[in-house]
Design a protein around this ligand. Sequence first.
Ligand code: PMP
Length: 426
Amino acid sequence: MPFTANRRFKANPIIFSAAEGMHYITPDGRRILDGTAGLWCVNAGHCRPEISDAIARQARELDYGSAFQLGHPRAFEFAERIAQLAPADLNHVFFTNSGSEAVDTALKIALAYQHARGETERVRVVGRQRGYHGMNFGGTSVGGNPGHRRPFGNLLASVDHLVHTYNREQTAFTRGQPAWGGHLADDLLRIIAEQGAETIAAVIVEPVAGSTGVLPPPVGYLERLREICTQYGIVLIFDEVITGFGRVTKGFASNYYKVLPDIITCAKGINNGAIPMGAVVAREFIHDALMHGPINSIELPHGYTCSGHPIACAAGLATLDVMEREGLFEGDPELIQYFEDAAHSLKGVRHVLDIRTTGMLAAFDLAPVEGMPGKRSYACHLGAFEKGVLVRSAGDATVISPPLIISRQQIDQLFGTLADVLNSID
Ligand code: PMP
């Protein structure tokens, strides 16, 4: 099982056999309120008939059709729609099968771009502490969780990490963007001074670090990163695998924070988690730099057998229709305010050291148990499940990211249950 302590799982398996809207359903018929949208992906709610039907129709009509000079209409329609949703001239889409593949693809595109424009010494890539960029070699290397890297040796050479932006003393219980920490973007200047800008191809960050505990960017941070990258010819990649497709409203975090990256990675909500898929969206100048070779050359020697798979694209198109029709990209400011109020009402509840929220994302840092990292958040996960609510344990944090169709009553149920559980665990 992915990301599972399998021995612990065997002792305490949680199995779902069906899902519908805001709920998972267990084999014995219990309905569990999904406080995590699967793994940050089922943004429009589970088993939406429009999406399931589109998948079934596409599977009957065309089951495969990409790569090596083959194409199919769904991939182009879907790419077009994503380009419309993405900011400014982020107009070129490369499909992958996951967020991890999107990240490795984005890093390769950034390296290829630098190479194509003659900057062949630019081979270094920069990630950030507490960043998460998937589990492939590139993403693990730029990722900022040493525990994810350590068992695998050195992974990619030529990687540096910016300092992370979290400081509980300065920012505890902030809603949205912390006022403190914008200056930390200047840590990129340290790396530039150490390595030389002429060796750095790209910087990759999540606009809101997700898996490591929902860390919204400090005010001014993303703007400053943008400024430095522009000044030094470094490609700026926003990993929007979580924040893309409505999680922080406005479609993408790049729209929400009004900072334009050169490349966006996305996945998860791209087709509501229904079929494996990810995508990389690049700006015109990146695309154009790769397009100057002879007509019979492959501009980017990269791809996957199932890149732009017709069924994944059909699911994606149906997802976009649902999301647009229901205003889920844009987000409902009143509902989000309600969600944030409900989350922050847990300030003062036992074990809670910090609460962070942005869009339909919330994290609760719990006081760690000496020598047993994650013990309390796991107890919280099990306790909430017993009471019919799914929340996620991420290190010593409890993380919440429900489908965007959640009702106020379900928000009350979610945070009410969480408060009860926190009050009842040691
Ligand atoms: N980047 C980010 C920011 C993510 O949150 C994730 C998944 N949690 C990934 C990349 C990897 O996506 P996947 O699991 O689809 O490979």
